[in-house]
Design a protein around this ligand. Sequence first.
Ligand code: ATP
Length: 246
Amino acid sequence: MSEQPILEVDGIEVVYDDAILAVRGVSLTVPEGGVVALLGANGAGKTTTLKAISNLLASEGGRVRRGVVRWRGEDTARLGPVDLVERGLVQVLEGRRVFPQLTVEDNLLTGGYLRRPSRRRLADDLERVYGWFPRLKTKRATRAGLTSGGEQQMVAIGRALMTRPSLVLLDEPSMGLAPIIVQEIFEIIRKLHEDEGVSFLLAEQNANLALRYADRAYVLENGGVAASGGAKEILGDLEALYLGGD
Ligand code: ATP
């Protein structure tokens, strides 16, 4: 038998306001150390699926009404978002939500405090994040609101890394950024995966991009899984679809 996946989503259905069915029976698996892409057009249900996994739906009137999410085999239904962060699961929300008035460094530190670490540990974690994002070190004293869009995305990812996660859920990391910056960010994701064994679940509209970095992918359509498989296989399917080939 293969080892237990780090994350298992088993047939979840999500409703908003007990009326709108946004996710219909989605199942997916992230293996330990895997990079998995969650693809689909605007409104397909990617964000809702990620928030269902990290238990962030309640504040938006959403709830998982069927199915199970398991973290290393444990049903997460009764866990809050902070419990999940403590276990190693963290989400980077769509749209680079930094605290604009705080410096880059203070933004990073807000992530570190979630685990109530010692001062020494916090300093170590900060240096680790600066190692991955040298650009952030040069801007450490700058207010985050004054940095570029790409740097803000790095701050958002860096803040999540301050929690020493084993799995990062990333929602549309490429959105609104120049291709060169997107590539820089994805190369850092690759490095984190290769050097540190961090797993990723990447929600992306840009399938070509995500499939270059992922091992596996799931394609969502109208809240359901329309296709899934190895990244190469899905890339081939999408090319055939767009080029009208078979
Ligand atoms: P995007 O790229 O725009 O984030 P997405 O694939 O992440 O798209 P979701 O944001 O998960 O898709 O949206 C899935 C469906 O759920 C859509 O029909 C959307 O209108 C609906 N929806 C999302 N959030 C809410 C909410 N807070 N209340 C009601 N309906 C919502």
